[in-house]
Design a protein around this ligand. Structure first.
Ligand code: GLN
Length: 483
């Protein structure tokens, strides 16, 4: 039962082959049995799940239908869930029970999705390895000595290990696509503003975007359908109609123009990954796509710009966690300054503290123009590169990551080495574009992802290209041994 995709579950429930309650029990037992190896959950919500599953079964018995009605999922632990711990992977929020549901959580619950729990993540979504969580590192089910990617590593590891079919995640600089690549999943970061950020604990507000992690493009379409849409509670949410994503999965790729940036194949890329990317290009050519070399000349500046903008926004967003308004409070403070210092010093881990310091420095008088303003100018140049490219091509294709998943601890002493691994993903966040990662093969038994980028609001196009590819390849069906 645990091998089923969301699409298969929807068919099975509609045909009354099993109930949501039965399926939910099977998956909860599987999580209890297998997750100790992975550490992919921070909280399990068994009671809520069984209640939601029974309610979904009752709605089906009353004639209701819907692809998510009775479908088990989990939420990354930065989506606020009413009355349930929402920790953001941090000691700071270990005791925080959200007083309301995030819009994404509420929308999925209304569609009948069943919440099995809250997944582990890098602290405040800062990281690419899921090692900065206060609840401990998450392991990659493909090799337990390797990282699953981050920051949505818990969602990725759980879905890859078949503990559940799909989960929500967020992507500020790659945190949906990179863990998807590292664990052989399909993950979609939507256009900025497509999915509401209300109730999604902020890291860098101009970059953060929620989206689906699943095994197939078909399942990403189903989950995105339940997440997307205008929300008046989020001032950056965009009032654009939401298309039927599943309906966009039948288009032919005949004549589709795929741009391959020459900058993507530089020295930093593992040659074995480069070869797998070339293979995926050949596959898409067989399906009728036309390949064109393009250039994204400002890509080289994207990492430094991102690692100024994201920490700058984080330093401002995280100021609310002061032990007074929100978060952990130290014992017996001497005075107000001592309360702030010790509460934040005890509550935040080292990576979060590093980012707050970098961000506050970049925003301080005298350095603002040199760092923050300059980074914003680069951001515009990165966006302009994409706009020029999309005049010539329909999608852009390349690797999701320069290397496969590294060993746990391998980059702990050198944060910049980890930042450099984000080179292919962060440009989409800087420009606000949608991006998808899908399985494209293996290197040393570790999964490799190919990334597709599209113009604003063309999530349907990305999902369709990935779906056509998945109809003709079987990488996405491979299961890690032991799960
Ligand atoms: N690795 C990037 C960072 O640490 C991206 C994280 C994310 O997308 N949340 O900022």
């Amino acid at each position: 039962m645990h091998q089923m995709t969301l699409a298969e579950i929807a068919r099975g429930l509609a045909d009354k082959k099993f109930s949501s309650e039965e399926l939910t029990k099977v998956l909860l037992a599987r999580i209890t049995q297998l997750d100790p190896q992975l550490n992919s959950f921070i909280s399990l919500t068994e009671e809520l799940a069984l209640e939601q599953a029974k309610a979904a079964d009752a709605r089906r018995a009353n004639g209701e239908s819907g692809a998510l009605l009775g479908a088990p999922i989990a939420h990354k632990d930065l989506f606020c869930t009413q009355g349930i711990r929402t920790s953001c992977g941090s000691k700071m929020l270990d005791n925080f029970k959200a007083p309301y549901d995030a819009t994404v959580v509420a929308k999925l619950a209304a569609a009948g999705a069943v919440t099995l729990g809250k997944t582990n993540m890098d602290e405040f979504a800062m990281g690419s390895a899921n090692e900065s969580s206060w609840y401990g590192a998450v392991k990659n089910p493909w090799n337990l000595e390797h990282v699953p990617g981050g920051s949505s590593g818990g969602s990725a590891a759980a879905v890859a290990a078949r503990l559940l079919p799909a989960a929500t995640a967020t992507d500020t600089g790659g945190s949906i696509r990179q863990p998807a690549a590292f664990t052989n999943l399909t993950g979609l970061k939507p256009t900025y503003g497509r999915v509401s950020r209300w109730g999604m604990i902020a890291y860098a507000s101009s970059l953060d975007q929620g989206g689906p992690l699943a095994r197939t493009a078909e399942d990403c379409a189903i989950l995105l359908q339940g997440m997307a849409g205008f929300d008046q509670n989020d001032s950056t949410s965009i009032d654009e109609p939401v298309p039927d994503y599943s309906a966009s999965l039948g288009d032919s790729l005949q004549g589709l123009r795929i741009g391959v940036p020459k900058e993507y194949f530089s020295a930093g890329l593992d040659p074995r990954i480069a070869e797998l990317i070339q293979n995926s290009i050949k596959e898409l050519q067989k399906l009728g796509a036309v390949i064109k070399e393009i250039s994204l000349p400002n890509m080289q500046h994207a990492i430094p710009a991102y690692y100024v903008i994201a920490p700058a926004e984080a330093s401002s967003n995280l100021s609310r966690f002061d032990g007074v308004r929100f978060g952990h409070r130290c014992e017996q403070p001497k005075d107000l300054i001592d309360l702030y210092k010790r509460s934040r010093g005890e509550g935040f881990g080292p990576e979060v503290q590093r980012r707050i310091m970098v961000g506050a420095y970049a925003l301080s008088a005298g350095y603002y123009d040199a760092y923050y303003l300059k980074a914003q100018k680069i951001r515009r140049l990165v966006k302009n590169d994409f706009m020029a490219a999309f005049n010539e091509v329909d999608i852009i294709l390349g690797p999701t990551t320069p290397n496969p998943a590294w060993k746990l601890g391998a980059k702990n002493s050198d944060p910049v080495a980890a930042y450099l691994e984000d080179v292919y993903t962060i440009t989409a966040n800087l420009a606000g574009l949608p991006g998808l990662s899908m399985p494209a093969g293996f290197v040393d038994g570790l999964p490799v992802g190919v990334q597709l980028l599209a113009p604003y609001f063309q999530e349907g196009r990305l999902l369709n290209v990935a779906h056509q590819y998945q109809l003709n390849t079987d990488w996405h069906t491979r299961t890690p041994t032991g799960f």
